[in-house]
Design a protein around this ligand. Sequence first.
Ligand SMILES: [Fe+2]
Length: 223
Amino acid sequence: MLSIARSALRPSIAAAARRFVVPASSLHTLPELPYAYNALEPHISGQIMELHHTKHHQTYVNGLNAAEESYAKALSPKEQIKLQSALKFNGGGHINHSLFWRNLAPTSSGGGHLPPNSSLAKAIQEDFGGLDALKKKMNATTAAIQGSGWGWLGYNSDTKKLEIVTTANQDPLLTHTPIIGIDIWEHAFYLQYKNVKVDYLNEIWSVINFEEANARYEEAIKA
Ligand SMILES: [Fe+2]
């Protein structure tokens, strides 16, 4: 179904052609979680998960849709440029959180378990000396983020190695293929862990979906 955008301010054929019709199907939507809100307890509380998903992620989705709608109506490059930060922030928020939900799993569904013979386990052994060493290094790097951001285990297609990277705010990881992402915004942990970011980081490994991470890694090394 198509929706018609509202009135034209400065009618011209070109502007009218740009303003026109925005397919409703192009709107971004909040993805369903593949588990219940309380399924990651006691490591991440149901209250955090529900608020994080229905309020925070929904806000990024709404912001992205609004920014894209404004961009489609923008009449000049200057107006389009003004929208870049909103597109980056909300688009990054939507991309990062969509990835984050899938990169977690309840312990009853294999969360926290790295299959020892998986491609990812072998790469972690080779690049970090094992999972414990990876956790230690990634927690230290991620805890050091100033302000809000994300900690990543990413695959560098140039070096052919796994590397730990951070991004600020809601910037998505563009230099590497994301394998595991950890949300280090306070909304991801404060209700349960208060200001003790390190406790959150230690606990989240118990619900990391390594099966999903391994699938991403295998896809990344094929590309
Ligand atoms: Fe978040």
